[in-house]
Ligand binder design. Structure first.
Ligand SMILES: C[S@@+](CC[C@H](N)C(=O)[O-])C[C@H]1O[C@@H](n2cnc3c(N)ncnc32)[C@H](O)[C@@H]1O
Length: 326
């Protein structure tokens, strides 16, 4: 073999390795949402956390011991018409099975783990896995910050939250956990993105079908006008007619401050109870209004009574939260 041929062969091998590494990275990146689900299960001290962690290790890292545990659990459960599918999913990285997606993985997780929130997400994903950004929505930082908010509500508030209005609530998957922990008369998701209306109403379908206990409305939160403690918003009824509804919030949640101007806050009536979150993730091109720290957040959103201020490190950025009365 000439020196040239040997060099070419070495180059081919190294190119193949690089391609394999890129594929591996893409695969893991597509399932980053497993990190957020892990935070959720840890937070609820779920008895099957170990089962979830095996699934995560096998899907993201092809861990052979985790694979063994998953296979043993299938054997214990016994063969069904879906066993082949489950085995394909857990062995995907070993047998180069390329058809695992959010939907299939969520369905497999629900086969292994008994959890209502996961079941809700799994059913929801049948319809929305292509349209919804599952990876971002259930990223570790997003889920951690919502669980942190629930913990603080539990510390500060009683059981009844009354009418909750979530500004820029995105897919409002957090509403399910709030419904579980608190008594909520109405939960409104005010969104500027039309896609989020159907996506969030479907995730909260039980409450949506319960006389609109959950409802989403197309609304620019920066330009809401309050009168007598409430505002008017417009929604479609089941006959596709546009109707106006007057909403009187007891609590405003805004976990998307970094995405909008400060007008939403200035337009709130004095004395309104608010929970807001913002962050210092300036590098994200979607963020137009970040802050450097909790002190800057306090200056930007001055409260007459502040019940809570805090920050958490989500690894990628810091998130800040204020709870108080404007
Ligand atoms: C990426 S998401 C949410 C991020 C945030 N960390 C969270 O989890 O709630 C930001 C959401 O704010 C919505 N949004 C941005 N500006 C808005 C506005 N002026 N009024 C209503 N919704 C808005 C966007 O449509 C999007 O769904």
């Amino acid at each position: 073999m000439t020196d040239n041929t040997k060099q070419e062969q070495e180059l081919d091998i190294s190119l193949d390795k690089t391609k394999a590494m890129i594929e591996e990275h893409k695969h893991a990146k597509n399932f980053y949402w497993l990190n957020g689900i892990e935070e959720y299960l840890q937070h609820r001290n779920h008895p099957q956390l170990d089962v979830f962690q095996d699934i995560k290790k096998v899907i993201l890292y092809a861990n052979p011991w985790a694979l063994k545990n998953c296979v043993m659990r299938e054997i214990e459960r016994g063969e069904t018409e879906l066993t082949q599918e489950w085995v394909n999913i857990i062995m995907a990285k070993f047998i180069d099975y390329k058809h695992v997606n959010h939907r299939k993985l969520l369905r497999y997780m629900c086969h292994c783990i008994d959890d209502e929130y996961l079941r809700t997400a799994s059913i929801w994903s049948i319809k929305w896995q292509e349209k919804a950004n599952v990876n971002d929505h259930f990223s570790r930082g997003q889920v951690l910050s919502k669980l942190w908010m629930i913990d603080q509500f539990n510390e500060l508030f009683g059981k009844e939250l009354g009418t909750v209005v979530h500004y820029g609530g995105w897919y409002a998957t957090i509403a399910q956990l709030l419904f579980e922990h608190f008594e909520i008369e109405k939960y409104w998701n005010l969104e500027i993105d039309a896609d989020c209306i159907g996506i969030s109403e479907h995730f909260n379908r039980v409450q949506h079908q319960n006389e609109w206990q959950f409802k989403a409305s197309m609304q620019d939160c920066d330009s809401l006008e309050y009168k007598n403690g409430g505002f008017d918003t417009w929604v479609q009824n089941r006959h596709d007619e546009t109707i106006s509804i007057n909403v009187k919030p007891n609590l405003i949640i805004n976990t998307s401050c970094e995405h909008m101007t400060d007008s939403w806050f200035h337009n709130l009536p004095d004395g309104m109870l608010v929970c807001l979150q913002t962050n210092d993730y300036f590098d994200n091109p979607q963020h137009s209004n970040c802050v450097h720290g909790v002190d800057e957040a306090k200056q930007k959103y001055p409260m007459s009574t502040l019940y809570y201020e805090g920050e958490i490190d989500t690894e990628l950025y810091n998130r800040f939260m204020l709870i108080g009365k404007k």
